[in-house]
Design a binder for this molecule. Sequence first.
Ligand SMILES: NC(=O)c1ccc[n+]([C@@H]2O[C@H](COP(=O)([O-])OP(=O)(O)OC[C@H]3O[C@@H](n4cnc5c(N)ncnc54)[C@H](O)[C@@H]3O)[C@@H](O)[C@H]2O)c1
Ligand SMILES: [Zn+2]
Length: 358
Amino acid sequence: MKWTISNSLPISFDIVRSRNVLSLKELDIARKIIIIDHNVYELYKDNIPCDSTINILTINCTEATKGLDNAQLILNFFETKNILRRTEPVIAIGGGVLLDIVGFCCSIYRRGIPYIRIPTTLLSIIDASIGIKTSINHFDRRNRLGSFYPPLMSILDTALIKTQTAREISNGVAEILKLSIVVDETLFELLENNPKVVMEDKFQGDLADQIIDIAINSMISELNSNLWEQQLQRSVDFGHSFSPIIEMKNVCDMLHGEAVILDCLLSSCISFNRNLISQDTLYRIFNLIKSYNLPTYHADFYNIDLLNKALTDTMKHRDNNQFLPIPTSIGGCIIINDLTQDELLLSTITMRQLNNKI
Ligand SMILES: NC(=O)c1ccc[n+]([C@@H]2O[C@H](COP(=O)([O-])OP(=O)(O)OC[C@H]3O[C@@H](n4cnc5c(N)ncnc54)[C@H](O)[C@@H]3O)[C@@H](O)[C@H]2O)c1
Ligand SMILES: [Zn+2]
């Protein structure tokens, strides 16, 4: 005897731009359960309404505290508040770390409660708010526990970016550069022509808005048809093959985007050594990274044993395939599965030479 259960889960949520989002005026919810990044709360508490409908928990968010302890705090808060599952969506306000932890907690608490994402960093606006992944770090691994769990909606207010440090903004730019190198030449050229304007303006203004909109469009078109990542050959994994282990090893002093962009540069050197991109294209990529004050050098990206270990670990998530995205032009890429030791070593040398020459 055999039985089959079959169903499908429709996924649809809006990502909307807004202004003055922290006033929460647009949210018609009787009791507001808010989980907010502690730093964001300190910066913006005067913008958040303060009345009897508001229930706030602040969370200290860093990559090092993106773990079970914070998840437990959030789950305790849900329990003490007796959340009504259908009518009281949790409001998550913060960067990618806060959004990932809260999304994870909402996905497991009482088998799932609804939540709304309000991202407050450039990186979380263009990346962590778009897909359906939630997670916490565990077993010394990034995002080791997690789920696919869509929010009710994401509300984006780019004015919040202006209180970020320059380094944190560059960190967010790294994910935009990543997209531009492998899928969007127009975006690459826009970034290439305007680093000073957008960085000095802290990503405010029309040009920054245009860059953010194009980045979100590109991100959506890459993710939408592959929300559960059943397809393992993904261009958005550019920069995410060697970087996870190296990022975790340097968790206190390397940001996510910094690890990603170093990986993008190494992967571009692999392309160059395969004659898939010209020296001029490699220089353009290198110079673009530098112009947004992102790193082009780190000793761990010259450490062949560590790079091998990192790629082997990533392959476990890709059905034992390398599936390494590398650029073939500005705005184009292929996925390779036959990187050799010699090639990897040669590419670390190319990366070192780039840093010495330019
Ligand atoms: N779920 C996904 O699809 C997805 C996608 C990309 C990244 N991520 C995750 O996102 C995380 C990185 O996110 P992040 O770069 O936003 O880092 P983050 O959440 O750690 O925030 C960085 C720092 O900025 C502070 N901050 C947040 N908003 C601020 C503001 N408006 N002004 C001033 N300071 C502010 C935070 O307190 C923190 O100290 C990683 O853990 C990564 O795994 C998830
Ligand atoms: Zn990333």
